[in-house]
Design a protein around this ligand. Structure first.
Ligand code: GDG
Length: 722
């Protein structure tokens, strides 16, 4: 088993010098810094853009050869394609959308086309090197289509996807014309990771609302496997930052800076150039702080490190101009001969310089308007070996969840930031240390190494779980072996649920009548020698009679309350109707406040249906209903049963399982086939001998031996028997 990481950029960028020779630099940004510190004992290969454009096949071969020696596999992209895929769809459509900058979102067809094309180029590279037992870990929003492309070509390979930026609320995500394609693309993975629970919740909600696929806890059933979404907060290489001041070069730099900034407290701000980082608000707050607290003039300076990024995208360019102007104006206004308020670096500093700054600063000022995680905040905290210093952190950064001992601010509230600066400057040392210590303990444990290990461990776990599911999955080629067993048997029993098994699940329960071809199929089964066919349904007698009464079928209605053998329906349960009034009034209350729900009144049961109700509202109402039903049901010895989009109340001792136990106690069968889609059908599976052919349609169940994705496949199977 090997690990193949696929990300937009390789961790190393290549540049061609004038003389034709190549030079290499580390890629910047959170993802690149994080993933380059992985410490896992699986052979790791990396696919990504090498940072260089070339048409020449010789050059491509040469670069590939250099990279391949380090197990790096470059994806060559043309400048135009890159422009539209990276600066276009990735950074002018998805990035602003995911960071809630709705007005910046550009929906341009050419961008989307290039995004598809480039995802395909990554796919081609994956296909060149991937082996069936590899783990493929796709990174981030630039490659959302890739998981499903790989899945189509390699159905059994294990694929993970990590989304490094926020996943926005459904209300925002829904505006994208390509929303469904992107979600389908990501669902090609087995495990989808997010930094926080909020992002995961938004993703699950979008999948449900846009694709209609339900997420049970964190599992989404997709054909013959389950996709899991989960939370993996990304960390940093803690020791690297914590021990950075042991390095002599860093010590020298710290000494220089300390001399330079003598008698001043340094507020440090480090970011890629990005409108999501809240830079202008930060500057406004600092200006306001200087205005309102002149006592700090000459005593405090703000050091801004800004890494150039995406400066070909209009908004980034505009922001850069605005920042230059604002910083220039502030320095012009407040500077004195012996002091300037803002030191401004627009460049990628070498690592040693960056950590020297982390070491000597007093305050880390991190105020993004939105940020997936924000590793700078963690790096600043990790570096504080003496445990002094204060972190001011935006509550809109994913890292705020772990770093709750920072001074948390709302980055849109300038006064809040200004007050936080003052509080930080005046914070007593013991409090600084107390807070730092707590935060360090957390990020030391949640390191980037642990992040990757946890993700990969979970991916391997899911691979095993999905393998089990796949082993249960019946393919048309397996129908032959079932048919052989069926033909060889002397006494056959076929037990069939109706809705979701013989007819596909319909939002309107009245529209589920059998087709002629289904009735023909049932008739053919009934005409086979030594074969009994019984429909076991939750439906009432009248409906079953109307739909199937003309066939010589044995039927069980209302989950076992009634039984038809020959012409007559027999009641199994003995009960009066007195209990119903209490239950009905509780159900009516819930129905009144839940549009789309309704009550079904059966002879033996009352059923609350909510198949047309929004999932989230339904969850709330089901819990409320069950809560309200517990007392009256216990008092009257009634059972509450949760089924597929229903809550049913009926007298105790009636279930599909009880009916099946009764049926098989009367006769010996040597072939039993039982199929159903609902949790109530699992009661039947449990009652049957282990060698029975129990088939769950749809969601996989532990109780059934086999699984089929939908009604159509099941009807194919039944057809193969006649
Ligand atoms: C994305 C998400 C998420 C910065 N300046 C210099 C420099 N850096 C390094 C920092 C840090 C990284 O760049 C920035 O990472 P962030 O996490 O803060 O932000 P993004 O680049 O936007 O990252 C983010 C991340 O992905 C991981 O999932 O946390 O939310 O937006 O490591 O140290 N490094 C050097 N010189 C600099 O001048 N050497």
């Amino acid at each position: 088993m090997r690990l193949i990481i696929v990300s937009n950029s390789l961790p190393v960028k290549i540049e061609e010098q004038d003389g034709g020779e190549f030079t290499f630099t580390r890629s910047s940004g959170g993802l690149a810094t994080g993933l380059s510190s992985l410490d896992i004992d699986i052979e790791t290969l990396w696919i990504g853009f090498p940072g260089i454009f070339t048409k020449s096949p010789e050059k491509k071969a040469e670069i590939s050869q250099i990279f391949t020696a380090d197990k790096l596999y470059p994806v060559f992209i043309s400048p135009n394609q890159y422009q539209d895929y990276y600066e276009g769809y990735s950074n002018s459509t998805l990035w602003p959308l995911c960071h809630y900058f709705f007005v910046y979102v550009e929906c341009v067809e050419a961008y989307w086309k290039a995004y598809q094309e480039v995802n395909k180029l990554f796919f081609d590279e994956v296909m060149k090197i991937a082996q069936p037992d590899d783990l493929i870990w796709v990174q981030d929003y630039q490659l959302m289509l890739l998981p499903n492309m790989i899945r189509q070509a390699l159905p059994d390979v294990s694929i993970g996807f990590f989304h490094h930026i926020p996943f926005p609320s459904y209300e925002l995500f829904r505006i994208l014309p390509e929303r469904a394609d992107l979600l389908e693309g990501v669902l090609g993975a087995d495990l989808i990771g997010f930094h926080t629970f909020e992002y995961m919740r938004h993703f699950d909600s979008s999948v449900y609302r846009i694709l209609g696929k339900e997420c049970m806890l964190n599992e989404i059933s997709v054909l013959n496997r389950k996709v899991y979404s989960d939370v993996f907060p990304m960390g940093i290489n803690y020791d690297l930052y914590h021990n950075s001041s042991d390095d002599v070069a860093v010590q020298d730099l710290m000494k220089n800076y300390t001399e330079l900034f003598a008698n001043q407290q340094i507020i440090l701000s480090v970011d890629r150039l990005d409108y999501s980082k809240g830079l202008l608000n930060r500057l406004k707050a600092f200006a306001s702080f200087l205005e309102n607290h002149p006592e700090y003039i000459e005593k405090v300076s703000l050091v801004i490190v800004l890494v150039p990024s995406r400066d070909h995208v209009d908004q980034y360019n505009e922001l850069k101009i605005k920042l230059d102007e604002t910083i220039g104006a502030l320095n012009g206004k407040y500077s004195q001969m012996s002091w300037i308020p803002i030191y401004y670096f627009y460049k990628n500093l070498p690592f040693e310089e960056l950590v020297a700054l982390y070491n000597i600063a007093h305050i880390g000022l991190v105020t993004p308007l939105r940020d997936g995680m924000n590793l700078v905040a963690k790096e600043f905290v990790a570096t504080r070996k003496n445990k002094d210093g204060v972190l001011i952190l935006s509550e809109m950064a994913g890292s705020a969840i772990e770093l709750s001992d920072a001074i948390l601010i709302n980055p849109n509230n300038i006064t809040d930031i200004e007050y936080a600066i003052l509080t930080a400057l005046e914070m007593p040392l013991f409090e600084q240390k107390e807070r730092m210590e707590k935060m360090q303990a957390i990020i030391k444990k949640q390191s980037v190494q642990k992040w990757a290990k946890d993700f990969i461990k979970e991916l391997i776990n899911i691979k095993e779980k999905n393998n089990k599911i796949k082993n249960k999955f019946l393919y048309p080629k397996d129908f032959d072996f079932l048919k052989k067993a069926f033909v060889a048997a002397n006494e056959r029993l076929i037990l069939l649920d109706y809705d979701g098994t013989l007819v596909s699940y319909n939002k309107d329960p009245q529209k589920a009548s059998p087709t002629e071809s289904l009735k023909e199929l049932l008739l053919k089964l009934l005409q086979l020698p030594k074969t009994e066919v019984i429909i076991i349904s939750g439906r009432d007698i009248q409906t079953l009679e109307n739909w199937l009464g003309d066939l010589p079928l044995r039927m069980v209605a209302e989950h076992g309350a009634y039984f038809k053998d020959g012409e007559l329906w027999v009641k199994n349960a003995t009960s009066d109707d007195l209990w119903k009034d209490d239950i009905l009034s509780v159900m009516q209350d819930i129905t009144d406040k839940t549009p789309g729900s309704f009550i079904e009144k059966k002879d033996s049961a009352l059923v609350w249906h909510y198949r047309r109700v929004d999932n989230w509202l339904a969850n709330l109402r089901v819990n409320q209903l069950v809560d309200m039903l517990i007392y009256p049901c216990t008092k009257q010895n009634l059972q509450i049963m949760k089924g597929n989009k229903i809550v049913e109340v009926k007298v105790a001792g009636v279930s599909k399982g009880d009916s099946v136990r009764n049926i098989i106690s009367k006769k010996k069968y040597d072939f039993i086939l039982c199929a159903g889609d609902d949790t109530t059908d699992e009661d039947m599976f449990r009652e049957l001998p282990n060698d029975s052919v129990t088939i769950k349609i749809g969601q996989v169940s532990d109780e059934a031996r086999f699984n089929l994705p939908d009604t159509k496949q099941f009807l194919d199977l039944l057809n193969s028997l006649v």
